[in-house]
Write a protein that binds this ligand. Structure first.
Ligand SMILES: Cc1cc2nc3c(=O)[nH]c(=O)nc-3n(C[C@H](O)[C@H](O)[C@H](O)COP(=O)(O)OP(=O)(O)OC[C@H]3O[C@@H](n4cnc5c(N)ncnc54)[C@H](O)[C@@H]3O)c2cc1C
Ligand SMILES: NC(=O)c1ccc[n+]([C@@H]2O[C@H](COP(=O)([O-])OP(=O)(O)OC[C@H]3O[C@@H](n4cnc5c(N)ncnc54)[C@H](OP(=O)(O)O)[C@@H]3O)[C@@H](O)[C@H]2O)c1
Length: 444
């Protein structure tokens, strides 16, 4: 199929593209790797090389790996900048929780003077210089509305909010595991008279000084937002509806994550869990008396089997222990600016922050169900979830953060580059043969 596609590329430009009666009227070369065909209303663009959806760290990583292998590409993003999650939807206090060597993208290490845990600003600066270094210029403000594989022509048809239909042999999905906010339905929340926001809208506690803030959720976001609120003179209360694994970010000066990675190469996961639970007990003490019950399953087994990330503590626990951050169980309902909890407590609340997580948006636009499951993540577990059928790839859905993105990006680019190189060779020999035939005919 791939070869046929490459050789008949010019003919494809003249196919009807979905408009009931419309046929292509003109063809124009837009950029070196994009051809535009104007219709009555909708434009169709043929992409020479893969189409990458998403200009976050995963999209940038795969684009850089393609560039290093000489494969052209087009990157689309619904936002008006690269890494919009990091630039627009995260709080000011945010730093990488994992040591920098686990967060850098392929082919360009972090600058040497970056700290062990770079700040959000440093990470964004790094991503911007990464995009510049590899000449990645995404097409912004183009959200993908739908993508489907056209079996007849053997191509992906991808429609965007800019009324453009992109046509490509390869589709790389890099829209992230955190594309949309999750906001739970809680009785009475819709009538809450105070300020209500999701963690993705929270910037700093400065705006809520002196206020009673209820933070719903005790993942890394909820924990860190509580710390930030407390440091800004607010009165935070954190909802822990079930159980949570909190680990120190470092043990005896060594990164917990780094130690766990090293240990899981040598020991079974259950043993690594036991070692870490003992270490955590020594370093952090018994957390249950502060309302933080531990799950029955160990932290790394839970991460592998259910994708639930343990919290790496950056100072919240100390504030919980001193009582500056209160911990409450699940919420029963909201009434007249008060929250009632399952243990019967009732608290006055001025502000509610929903730190209740995120989800993938892939099912809302990708018309495919073999490779992605209904939760928008690849069905195959790591490391098998990067390649689907018909030129479909997924980068950044491993549940392993930035190191997982780097892993997927390298494999995806390598795979596409292999096909690209083979097809380019075949196309060249076809064209050479075609020229020879033409000149023989002319001589006869
Ligand atoms: C608060 C927070 C802190 C985090 N900290 C860390 C950390 O320290 N270390 C770590 O490894 N991981 C961390 N993560 C996980 C983090 O999401 C990833 O590591 C990283 O951002 C993943 O990159 P990505 O490109 O896959 O996804 P994203 O960064 O989410 O990028 C996806 C891009 O796709 C675009 N997009 C989405 N839908 C569409 C569409 N339909 N059409 C066009 N474009 C679309 C978005 O605008 C976005 O630019 C954190 C996550 C959060 C929420
Ligand atoms: N610096 C960093 O590295 C950093 C900082 C922040 C976030 N992150 C990453 O970003 C990703 C998202 O993290 P996140 O903390 O935003 O989301 P998350 O890990 O999905 O946590 C969501 C939290 O909300 C709770 N929750 C959901 N619905 C609830 C309800 N109705 N009532 C009460 N609690 C409810 C969940 O509880 P249950 O567990 O009971 O479901 C969980 O505690 C993770 O990968 C995380 O590691 C990283």
């Amino acid at each position: 199929m791939g070869q046929t596609f490459y050789l008949y590329r010019p003919i494809l430009l003249y196919l009807p593209t979905g408009h009931p009666n419309a046929f292509v009227l003109s063809t124009q070369v837009l950029e070196s790797n994009m051809y535009c065909t104007s219709l009555f209303k909708q434009r169709s663009m043929w992409v020479n090389g893969p189409l990458v959806v998403g200009a976050g760290p995963s999209g940038l990583a795969v684009a850089a790996c393609l560039r290093s292998r000489g494969v052209p590409f087009v990157v689309l993003d619904r936002a008006d900048c690269i890494a919009s999650l990091w630039q627009n939807r995260t709080y000011d206090r945010l730093r990488l929780h994992l040591p920098k060597q686990f967060c850098q993208l392929p082919n360009l290490p972090f600058p040497e003077d970056f700290p062990q845990y770079p700040t959000k600003r440093q990470f964004v600066d790094y991503l911007e210089s990464y995009a510049r270094a590899f000449g990645i210029r995404p097409r912004f403000n183009e959200g993908v509305l739908s993508a489907r594989y056209d079996e007849t022509c053997g191509i992906w048809r991808v429609k965007t909010t800019a009324e453009v239909e992109y046509i490509s042999q390869w589709l790389v999905v890099a829209t992230g595991e955190n594309a949309e906010c999750v906001a739970p339905e809680i009785d009475g929340l819709e009538r809450f008279p105070g300020v209500l926001l999701h963690a993705s809208e929270y910037k700093s506690g400065e705006a809520y000084r002196g206020k009673k803030v209820l933070v719903v959720g005790c993942g890394n976001s909820g924990m860190e937002i509580c710390l930030d609120l407390s440091l800004h003179g607010c009165f935070p209360t954190m909802v822990v509806r079930d159980s949570v694994h909190v680990l120190p970010r470092e043990v005896f000066g060594k990164s917990t994550f780094e130690m766990a990675v090293a240990m899981t190469k040598l020991l079974p996961v259950w043993l690594v869990d036991m070692i870490f639970l003992c270490l955590t007990w020594v370093v952090l003490g018994n957390l249950e008396k502060h309302g933080l019950k531990r799950p029955k399953m160990g932290p790394f087994e839970l991460k592998i089997s259910q994708g639930k990330t343990p919290v790496l503590d950056t100072g919240t626990l100390e504030k919980i222990k001193t009582g500056d951050i209160k911990v409450v169980p699940g919420i029963k309902k909201f009434t007249h600016g008060k929250a009632e909890f399952v243990d019967g407590q009732i608290l006055d609340v001025d502000v509610v922050v929903l730190a209740t997580g995120y989800r993938s948006n892939v099912p809302s636009w990708l018309q495919e169900s073999d490779f992605f499951s209904s939760d928008g993540l690849p069905k195959a577990p790591f490391p098998g979830g990067w390649k689907g059928k018909n030129g479909l790839y997924a980068v950044g859905f491993t549940g392993r953060g930035l190191s997982g993105s780097a892993f997927d990006a390298e494999r995806t680019a390598e795979d596409i580059a292999r096909i690209w190189t083979e097809e380019s060779k075949q196309a060249k020999s076809f064209m050479a043969g075609h020229r020879m035939c033409s000149s023989l005919q002319w001589r006869q």
